[in-house]
Ligand binder design. Structure first.
Ligand code: GAR
Length: 200
């Protein structure tokens, strides 16, 4: 089974979707580790409930991003992690992790990239007045939400949508798409050729 680690900073609904998919035998991976930068985050409780080990760290305890990422990398290597899934991990990733996991690290983002990268993508889409936004899952490269796109789903914006009503629909789409994409990777069905990702 593919050995994965999930990085998350907050609620962890995407982490939970992966845990549930494994539990219901819809996802053939082994979740080896949660990596979290926020000790009070709900996702930490979710990992404890699911029996998943957690690597918790406080960025302020380290002199640099590279310093904590070097520790994270050692933990990933020690556990023989083969795929890293960023699921609401709200920190910039440096070359320490990007280069070690090139082609083996994915991120879920709540917009149709390359529209609305970075933080507050749902708010950005509403403020921009677009009629369609969505969800993207992509490989992580050195840029901000810029790597090769594996899968996307559209979500329509209705008149009168608020940030919370739209977020609710986007999150529901994310929780279906992320386990689906991880399963494709686990089954060896995802190939990258430059910017283009082919699903066979
Ligand atoms: C998700 O909507 C995810 O796409 C987003 O954070 C949320 C985390 O929710 N990620 C980003 O915005 C990354 N730039 P969750 O903690 O409930 O999974």
């Amino acid at each position: 089974k593919l050995r994965i680690a999930v990085f998350a900073s907050g609620n962890g609904s995407n982490f939970q979707a992966l845990v549930d998919a494994v539990r219901h035998e819809k996802l053939d991976v082994s979740i080896e580790l949660l990596v979290c930068d926020k000790p009070a985050a709900r996702v930490v409780e979710r990992a404890a409930e699911a029996g998943v080990d957690t690597f918790l760290f406080k960025p302020k305890d380290y002199p640099s991003r590279e310093a904590y990422e070097t520790e994270i990398l050692a933990e990933l290597v020690r556990r023989d992690v083969q795929l890293v899934v960023l699921a609401g991990y709200m920190r910039i990733i440096t070359p320490v992790l990007v280069e070690a996991y090139e082609g083996r690290m994915i991120n879920i983002h709540p917009s149709l990239l390359p529209a609305f990268p970075g933080v507050n993508a749902i708010r950005q889409a509403l403020d921009h007045g677009v009629k369609v936004t969505g969800v993207s899952v992509h490989f992580v490269d050195g840029g901000l939400d810029s790597g090769p796109i594996i899968a996307q789903r559209a979500v329509e914006i209705a008149d009168g949508d608020t940030e919370s009503s739209l977020a609710e629909r986007i999150h529901a789409v994310e929780q279906a798409l992320l386990p689906h994409v991880v399963q494709l990777i686990a089954h060896g069905r995802v190939a990258v050729e430059g910017r283009h990702v082919r699903v066979g």
